[in-house]
Unconditional design. Structure first.
Ligand SMILES: [Zn+2]
Length: 112
């Protein structure tokens, strides 16, 4: 966050308190923190949706344990923020990504 949403004055990075107008900014800062599962979060509109949680857990628990998984995670972290930004703004893409992820979620649940 570069400017205080209350008074519009410049802030240093990651400031959680505005020294100009004395407002608490933590909720804005927290909101800007990047969600962990960018693409799924963008597609489902929230990091707290059940599907997003399932995908995130799967990534953290299973993928980390093998070479291909690690490679995929690295690639994912490099590629997903810009992709997520595009998805976020496009309802059609959101729908496609959700459609793609739904069977993945089902598969993960089946293999548990
Ligand atoms: Zn302020």
């Amino acid at each position: 966050m570069e400017k205080c949403p209350y008074c519009g004055k410049e802030l240093t990075e990651d400031e959680r308190y505005c020294f100009h107008c004395e407002n608490d900014l933590s909720k804005f800062v927290d909101k800007e923190e990047k969600p962990k599962c960018f693409i799924a979060t963008a597609a489902y509109g929230s990091p707290f949706v059940k599907e997003v949680e399932i995908l995130r857990n799967f990534r953290d628990e299973k993928l980390k344990n093998n070479f291909f998984g690690l490679w995929f995670i690295n690639l994912y972290y490099k590629l997903s923020p810009p992709i997520a930004k595009i998805i976020e703004k496009n309802n059609f893409l959101k729908k496609i990504v959700r459609k793609t992820l739904t069977p993945v979620v089902k598969l993960i649940l089946k293999n548990k």
